[in-house]
Ligand binder design. Sequence first.
Ligand SMILES: Cc1cc2nc3c(=O)[nH]c(=O)nc-3n(C[C@H](O)[C@H](O)[C@H](O)COP(=O)(O)OP(=O)(O)OC[C@H]3O[C@@H](n4cnc5c(N)ncnc54)[C@H](O)[C@@H]3O)c2cc1C
Length: 435
Amino acid sequence: MVGPVHLNHALRRPLRWRSVATTCLEQRTPWVSNIHSSTRTTHSSPCRRRHETRRYATAPQQPKQARAFPPLLIFGLLLGGTIYYLSTPARKSSTLNSDTFIPYTITSREAISPTSVILTIAPHHPDPSPPYLQPGTSLWRHPLWSIEFKQPEVQIARHYTPLPPMQGEDPADGRLRFYVRAVGGGEMSNYLSRLGVGRDVWLRGPHTGFDVLPRLGSRSHVVFLAGGTGLVPGMQVATAVLDGSDTTMVSLLWAVRKREEVQSRPAVTMSWWNLWAAKTPAELPADLESPSHIALNLREMKAKYGHRLSIRVAVDEEGTRFRGSDIQKALTAPVGPPSGSGPSGQGCRFHDQQLHEKTSEFEKPGCACQCPSSSAAQPGKNLFIISGPDGFISHYAGPKVWLGGALTQGPVGGVAAHLQRRYPSLTDDWLILKL
Ligand SMILES: Cc1cc2nc3c(=O)[nH]c(=O)nc-3n(C[C@H](O)[C@H](O)[C@H](O)COP(=O)(O)OP(=O)(O)OC[C@H]3O[C@@H](n4cnc5c(N)ncnc54)[C@H](O)[C@@H]3O)c2cc1C
């Protein structure tokens, strides 16, 4: 979920922002031009349509037509003008939308470690119906989603993933929380990490990721392996699938570089420390002393979902890490229907691993499963999701691959491919996704 993806994606998005929003806004006055254009240029881009329209409206033959049908023309002008006015992104720009950046203010900033921070932000103009909530509820609309922040000085944008709401928080108030790591030489992450309470940030979104619920379908097991802030999409996915079904089980495997990400005051006498000292990733204990903000969030989730959610932590600096055997144990845990009980998923955009190779992690909602509906068994695959820095993803699942200007999933490689070769049923039962 890092590196060139964002660089490329982000560098392209601001250009679009400038050329569509700014240029189009500059040409926005003559309503007359829009009316004529709507029938003539239905296949043009919005900007281009406005250019062509204006030219067409000032062509010599137009006044004659206008004189012949004045009431119709006036009605058309009013109707077209209203439609144009309401549909222009600038009209939506005071609340969160996926076309323009809108201002939020930082209301809280909590340093977790020298390189990571939790930022809470609130919109300047609260939206009674934010686009990431199911209408009329306080429930998130998408299982996996992110928001772009822009750096106004250098005009770049990067994606960040909202943390699921904690107990007592009401998502309807518009506040969002983010776990941000400042990466070495990183323009946006360092900019964000330095901002204090009261400063403004600029957001665009939401942007939806893989639709995990229909992918999981009738299956019941999700293993989410996360490196650093790659945990946040794991928290999103866990919340969505555990809320979605009482029979789902989730294993969150979280690898961090330093203990501070989990616990602010290490106590070396603790049993948890002893487990770490034994070089084995440990289960996050319910009574963890001095938990970090993120560990508190995880503890709340654990209290809510009980045995259905397992959270294990590995700490680089203490020599613990997730090995092939840890992943294999998580993937072969005895849950869900036995191998081969559902459709193969071949040819289905949700369930065919090979089709995912050329797919980006950004997915528009509304796609449908294409598995044969005649099959007695319900479609679905257990999900093994890997999320984190490029090197982390490459090691565990093989690198993502650039294709036609987009970063795609690429073939399964690394530890996951090794396990698939060793346990062939994993290939049928599990879908592997890289974030
Ligand atoms: C959908 C999505 C959601 C994301 N959610 C979050 C989130 O919740 N929190 C978060 O902190 N980040 C998140 N990211 C990553 C984020 O978008 C940026 O890529 C990251 O903050 C680095 O941006 P930058 O401008 O600071 O670095 P850049 O200027 O883009 O990169 C500078 C250097 O740092 C390297 N680099 C970039 N990211 C990392 C990294 N994570 N670890 C090590 N080296 C890196 C680059 O390869 C490059 O060499 C998400 C990315 C995506 C695509």
